[in-house]
Design a binder for this molecule. Structure first.
Ligand code: FPP
Length: 242
């Protein structure tokens, strides 16, 4: 994977991977087949991100709401995550990719949590690309857990109450699960759905949004590069006049 020159490359690209089930159905297969193929798209996007110089790539792998799917699909997805992480980690490490998982990890089983911890510590020193998997994540969950952490901090350190209450936006950022990660410049959602579905609600306040019809298993390097091309033409004003 070699880096190449592109202009106005987003620092952080985020993906709402959607359409795996429909992709499988179109082929007369079980939904899980679409998820397997979706892992290939993750691999392609990681490679394209490294090649183009994107520094952070985040992917919405499983929302808090996805726990309500049929139990066999949930189990298949969790098994797939363990397998994919174990299979890909060496290569990710060799390519300088730092691996992170963000979300409500209390709901994940021990095997998956152990695999995540191993992969995170194995790749913690890398800095070519940070791959962030949002797993058992939702935007509202994140904001709520951040608010709870703040309340707990005030309860534990009453002498710091005024300091904590006077915090601004950046101060609150530090309580979010994404602390230390820059907000996404570009959020892409596949499969033709035009909504955020409880994704990075706080962090995506000024993200450019791109909704494409392509189903996630068909979203590969060419589609990733097309998304970067779309972003390079955007005029970001952040509420100001230019
Ligand atoms: C959405 O499609 C996709 C998911 C909920 C799962 C995506 C997960 C992966 C591709 C695995 C990633 C693995 C690692 C290790 C990061 P859908 O099932 O909602 O599709 P539909 O809308 O067509 O039903």
């Amino acid at each position: 994977m070699a880096s190449e020159t592109m202009t106005n490359v987003p620092v952080h690209v985020s993906m709402i991977m959607d359409g795996n089930g429909r992709w499988a159905k179109e082929r007369g297969k079980e939904r899980v087949f679409g998820h397997f193929e979706g892992v290939e798209s993750v691999r392609a996007c990681v490679e394209a991100a490294v090649e183009t110089g994107v520094k952070y790539l985040s992917i919405y792998a499983f929302s808090e709401e996805n726990w309500n799917r049929p139990q066999d699909e949930v189990l298949a997805l969790m098994g797939l995550m363990v397998k994919a992480m174990a299979a890909e980690m060496k290569k990710l490490d060799q390519n300088g990719v730092r691996f992170m998982v963000i979300g409500n990890r209390e709901r994940l089983d021990d095997e998956l949590n152990r695999t995540i911890d191993d992969c995170m510590s194995m790749t913690a020193h890398n800095d070519t690309l940070t791959l962030i998997v949002l797993l058992s994540y939702s935007g509202k969950w994140d904001i709520l857990q951040a608010a709870k952490k703040m309340v707990e901090e005030v309860a534990d350190h009453p002498e710091r109450k005024d300091e904590i209450l006077s915090m601004g936006i950046d101060g609150f950022d530090r309580y979010l699960a994404t602390a230390g990660i820059p907000d996404p410049d570009l959020i892409v959602r596949t499969s033709g759905e035009c909504r955020l579905s409880n994704y990075l609600l706080w962090q995506g306040a000024y993200s450019e949004l791109l909704f494409v019809d392509t189903l996630w298993p068909d979203f590969r390097k060419e589609e990733f590069r097309a998304a970067l091309d779309y972003y390079s033409k955007r005029d970001r004003r952040y509420g100001k006049v230019k």
